[in-house]
Design a binder for this molecule. Structure first.
Ligand code: C5P
Length: 411
């Protein structure tokens, strides 16, 4: 796998040599492209030593361009990763400007682009940066993190670069077929996002699910070598490359699509926030308003998860329980009632859970439990998939469990 690693000028650039090592450990060829300000934080000498390739930094370097032009570099890349990505480089990519080698490559490449933002937390939450993030995501650019925690400036908040190992695992998961990881040879079917249930031709019932957790779980499963089939409700997220994505709108469509693939599944993970009810009758014309009170007759939607877990020969089934109160108690009763192998419980509402980049989880199974402390959904998905793989092999009593690709080491 060929990775163009762009390094921009933030303090987190000091972690770049470690990131290069993590990428190379996973078999990637890494060509570094630095901006001038990155050189203020990390030396070319260190980066050249760990990457084993001369560093590129200048668009006008005739010799380097003769060896491999910026267009050839853009074509060579299987993935363009920028880590750390400053607010400035995000803004430049949004504007489509190409004043330097790195942004020129971003404009010229057809490969997936992933950014690991790193900046002061106030800069990250600035509306300008957030609107740039939204535009980048809409254009299919993968935004990895940032993580929450203490920052070099002495403050605490969202803006830390994700740890190099997590970035490396996620980016390598963006290209499939590595033949490594705990789930090699296994197929994982995942539902994600909300569903929409029509009230009339212009209105619908939906919920606040963003799909971020499900998409992160899909990438994490791919990073462990699984073949991943993602059945997605309407979300505003880029399609993860190498993952077989099927888009649906309603709960009934999600049910149909999940069942179309379920006989291939070794593991089924239901992260979707499926509507529990849909309007009983959907008129062909828009319902006219009047001054009277009104009501909508609702009928239950099919429970996809329960229908999979009660199949004659079900895959290993993992459900999610989003609750606003009594989280663990409700989750455990759902685990039993729906006959699941595992359930992942999280608190939602009051600014928690839905449509956020971070979360905290309790994972429950018949005789066990594991807590995952607050972290980004990318980090949680990585840990969750490792645990799912462990429990899957424990449940199947397999003695041929492939080696887990450890993507959470820190040294
Ligand atoms: O019963 P509840 O909706 O709280 O259960 C949540 C779990 O069940 C989630 O894993 C969700 O994806 C799944 N579910 C489903 N089909 C439904 C409702 C929920 O697959 N109709």
């Amino acid at each position: 796998m060929n990775i163009v690693l762009g390094i921009t000028g933030g303090i987190a650039a000091y972690k770049a040599p470690d990131l290069v090592r993590r990428l190379r450990e996973r078999g990637a060829d890494v060509q570094i492209v630095m901006t001038a300000s990155a050189a203020e934080f990390v030396t070319e000498t260190a980066l050249q030593a760990v990457s084993g390739r001369p560093i590129r930094s200048n668009l006008w370097d005739k010799e380097a361009e003769a060896a491999m032009s910026h267009i050839e570099l853009a074509r060579w890349a299987d993935v363009v990763l920028i880590a750390p990505a400053t607010a400035e480089v995000m803004a430049r990519i949004v504007s489509g400007g190409a004043p330097d080698l790195l942004t020129t490559i971003c404009l010229a490449t057809e490969a997936p682009i992933a950014l690991a933002p790193a900046m002061n937390h106030v800069m990250w939450s600035n509306p300008a940066t957030q609107s740039n993030r939204e535009v980048l995501e809409q254009r299919g650019i993968h935004i990895l993190g940032p993580a929450v925690g203490s920052q070099a400036c002495g403050e605490t908040g969202a803006g830390r670069m994700l740890d190099p190992d997590t970035i490396a695992a996620t980016v390598c998961g963006l290209s499939v077929g590595k033949g490594e990881g705990a789930l090699v040879g296994k197929t994982v079917v995942i539902t994600a996002g909300p569903t929409r249930e029509a009230i009339d031709p212009v209105r619908y019932i939906t919920n606040r699910s963003s799909g971020k957790m499900g998409y992160a779980v899909a990438r994490a499963a791919a990073a462990q070598g699984a073949g991943v089939i993602l059945v997605s409700g309407p979300v505003n997220l880029p399609e993860p490359p190498g993952i077989d994505v099927h888009h649906v709108t309603t709960a009934a469509e999600m049910y149909e699509e999940a069942h179309r693939h379920i006989d291939k599944a070794d593991i089924f993970i239901a992260t979707a926030a499926v509507a529990d009810y849909r309007p009983a009758n959907v008129p062909e014309q828009k319902i006219k308003k009047n001054s009277e009170n009104t009501s909508i007759d609702l009928v239950p939607c099919p429970d996809i998860l329960a229908s999979v877990s009660t199949l004659e020969d079900p895959p290993f089934t993992v459900g999610f329980a989003a609750e606003t109160e009594n989280v663990e108690q409700y989750a455990r009763s759902k685990l039993e009632k729906k006959k699941l192998d595992m359930i992942v419980a999280n608190q939602v509402g009051h600014n928690r859970g839905f449509d956020r980049d971070d979360n905290q989880l309790s994972v429950l199974w018949k005789n066990g439990k594991k807590e995952f402390a607050e972290a980004t959904k990318i980090e949680l998905a990585r840990d969750l998939v490792e645990l799912v793989a462990e429990r899957f092999y424990a449940a199947r009593g397999a003695d041929t469990q492939p080696k887990l690709t450890i993507i959470s080491t820190s040294d």
